[in-house]
Unconditional design. Structure first.
Length: 708
């Protein structure tokens, strides 16, 4: 849908820009400020609103400041604020405020209180000054102007570059403008951590954002709602498709509304530090939307609910879970009573624990909010009984006894958050989960099944809400955790589809280069029959496999190695890796042995294989373990495989789900895959690495119809 304007102005970008600002001032309580009169270029602040906010909300502190500094009071505040912004990210400065000598403290923002029991806190929250400026000339070095800047209490939090396709420009031009004409060097407004928290590029149909401007290296992420299961945004009656930024819609508050923008600053944004790198995390739209809608539903309905959040690989699910856990333990119901005493996260991913600790560390002022269960199942029970606020445990330690324990905690409510992206690195439980995911499975030790059986036996538990996060729900999961739609069919509470993730380029479509061995053989046979390729030994070996030894591992190994060398090895600038999926532990070990033998016989350098399987294995009178085969511990394998030393990983019921290795380019399948297991196994290839990644699947056992 296109909003109509005066025909004399319709081709001008400023009409769209003015429309956004008008919506913010008319409906979201923003104050429009003039850049020439109110913007302090040197400090990148609207100092007038900053001082108005401090004097109005904290008059006693301001009086103390004036008593001590007299006419230099404002200058001292600017000096101290500048120091704080150089030492800490701007979102942290907004949360923590500043201190001046002698023992004078100023809050720079008041966030919405968890409950309405203290009217004074609610009043302070309403006193925050939300403002907007157009055409902000931010530089002392040139006349560059940013279309729109949003401020909270005079401190910039977001910039917007706005384009209108009617002028021949769109969101991509806005992104390029940031890359080419918005250098952060020497510009406080654009400096990472010091200036605006987030930078939006938009046109009437699409939005993208970044938290770090790096000239030509700047990376933008889509910030769209999704359209018909794919990328983009749905139509909005009488509005632009991106109206969700600046106008409240039936399904949610505007992103730039006081409620959502301050929620983002206070409860979502965090600085992630890893391996010497810093990344400022700003939620993508589906993350923000899922968490806020989930909390709103829980606030209205109380405990005892089931939720299914179906978010594809590439959705940022770990951070979504972390935000949910942190915020749900501080949630109050409609009567302003605390809703959940404890959140229990059931996962099999170590990375989730680390992300959760880092995320919550940016918010929680109290040590020990997160309790990680490294010990036994009994330790988990003790943590539950002692009332730990957030507990992280593995699937193997979580059982019916713990469900019974929390069910029996009179007067206490629990949120059980299930991370269903299992790592499949844990032996027996991994085998059981894998069996459960395949059609025709008879048993399962999956935590999801455990909960379903518990609810079936005892009925819904009024003091337990279950939140299942999964990329690929089974029918039974949809039936139990889903919500009935208008057509009577169960639907997830929130959806970010695989199609949208692929179209937004967070993951790759692994089926684009999916080939069965039969099709691959026919292609190679055609090449072989071409006179120009007569005598090529690789194709002859392929033909020999098909005609003489259709099931021999050593012949499949030849195909795998030659395919890898010809089609895969050069991908990702020579960093590409492959996975061989086998049907049993013995198959995995024998594949690994034959691979190494073939590589050694051919004298191929720069090609080495690892093997992954659980437990001990007796073969040919010898006892094998994964660590004995590889020469290092099982825990070391993910790190070792990530290095340039190894290129191929042979697996049996391990690393087929939940294993994130972006350098995986090829998969060789010698195992029947069915149902959800096929999706999850092939999805190991869908993680992006850089901007271009081609994937290859060569399947010895399944047909295209079975997989697709």
């Amino acid at each position: 849908m296109t909003v109509t304007h005066n025909t004399a102005d319709i081709h001008q970008e400023k009409v769209f820009e003015a429309h956004i600002v008008a919506c913010l001032t008319d409906h979201q309580g923003y104050i429009e400020r003039d850049c020439a009169s109110h913007y302090d270029v040197a400090h990148a602040l609207d100092t007038g609103l900053l001082f108005d906010f401090l004097k109005t909300t904290q008059p006693e502190a301001w009086q103390k400041l004036e008593d001590h500094y007299s006419t230099q009071a404002e200058a001292e505040v600017l000096k101290r604020l500048e120091q704080a912004l150089k030492q800490h990210p701007s979102h942290e400065v907004l949360r923590q405020g500043i201190k001046l000598v002698p023992n004078i403290r100023f809050e720079l923002c008041y966030f919405k209180p968890a409950s309405g029991l203290n009217p004074a806190l609610t009043s302070l929250y309403q006193a925050n000054l939300m403002s907007v400026m157009r055409q902000v000339c931010y530089s002392a070095k040139n006349k560059n102007a940013i279309d729109i800047v949003l401020f909270v209490n005079g401190i910039p939090v977001a910039t917007l570059e706005v384009k209108n396709p009617l002028t021949g420009q769109n969101i991509k031009h806005a992104e390029q403008q940031y890359r080419k004409d918005r250098s952060p060097a020497g510009e406080p407004l654009l400096t990472f951590k010091r200036g605006a928290i987030v930078h939006f590029a938009l046109d009437p149909d699409n939005v993208s954002m970044t938290t770090r401007l790096r000239n030509g290296k700047t990376t933008f992420l889509p910030f769209n709602r999704g359209r018909d299961g794919g990328a983009g945004n749905p139509d909005v009656p009488d509005e632009h498709r991106v109206a969700y930024l600046y106008k409240d819609l039936p399904d949610g508050k505007a992103v730039f509304s006081r409620e959502v923008l301050l929620d983002l600053i206070g409860r979502f944004i965090h600085l992630e530090r890893s391996d010497g790198k810093e990344v400022l995390i700003f939620p993508r739209f589906q993350q923000l939307d899922a968490v806020r809608k989930l909390l709103a539903d829980a606030r209205g309905k109380g405990a005892g609910q089931n939720y299914l959040i179906q978010h594809s690989a590439g959705s940022g699910k770990s951070n979504t879970i972390a935000w949910t856990a942190h915020q749900i333990i501080n949630l109050h119901d409609a009567d302003d009573q605390p809703l959940f005493d404890t959140a229990i996260i059931v996962t099999d991913r170590i990375v989730l624990d680390r992300q959760l600790q880092n995320t919550i560390g940016g918010f929680a002022q109290t040590e020990g909010v997160v309790k990680k269960i490294d010990g036994t199942s009994r330790d988990l029970k003790i943590a539950i009984l002692k009332g730990a606020r957030i507990i992280i445990t593995t699937i193997q330690k979580f059982g019916t006894e713990h469900l019974a324990t929390i069910s029996g905690q009179s007067g206490k409510n629990f949120a059980v958050i299930i991370d269903e992206a299992h790592s499949s690195q844990s032996g027996k439980a991994a085998q059981a989960m894998s069996d459960a995911l395949t059609r025709g499975a008879r048993d399962s030790e999956d935590v999801e099944d455990l909960i379903l059986e518990f609810q079936k036996a005892r009925g819904p538990q009024k003091n337990i809400s279950f939140l299942a996060f999964t990329a690929t729900p089974r029918n039974v999961t949809l039936e139990r955790f889903g919500r009935l739609s208008a057509d009577g069919l169960p639907q997830p509470f929130h959806l970010y589809s695989m199609r949208q993730a692929i179209e937004e380029e967070f993951i790759v479509d692994v089926l684009q280069n999916y080939t069965t061995y039969e099709a691959y053989y026919q292609l190679e046979k055609t090449i072989e029959d071409d006179p120009a390729f007569k005598g090529r030994r690789a194709q002859a070996r392929v033909a020999r496999y098909a005609s003489l030894h259709p099931t021999a591992i050593d012949q499949k190994v030849e195909v795998i190695v030659e395919h890898f060398r010809r089609h895969v090895a050069r991908e990702l600038n020579g960093l590409a890796k492959a996975m061989v999926v086998t049907q049993s532990r013995e198959h995995a070990l024998r594949y690994w042995q034959h691979l190494n033998a073939y590589i050694e016989t051919k004298g191929y350098s720069g090609l080495r294989a690892l093997v992954a399987f659980s437990g001990e294995l007796e073969i040919d009178g010898n006892t094998w373990t994964e660590s004995a085969a590889n020469g290092f511990s099982e825990a070391e394998l993910p790190r070792r495989f990530d290095t340039a030393e190894y290129q191929i990983l042979v697996v049996a019921e391990k690393y087929q789900t939940g294993f994130d290795q972006p350098k995986l380019v090829a998969m060789y399948v010698d195992k029947k895959l069915a149902g959800l297991q096929a999706v999850q196994t092939l999805s190991r290839l869908n993680r992006r690495f850089g901007t271009n990644k081609r994937t290859f699947v060569l399947d010895f056992r399944n047909t295209i119809d079975e997989i697709k």
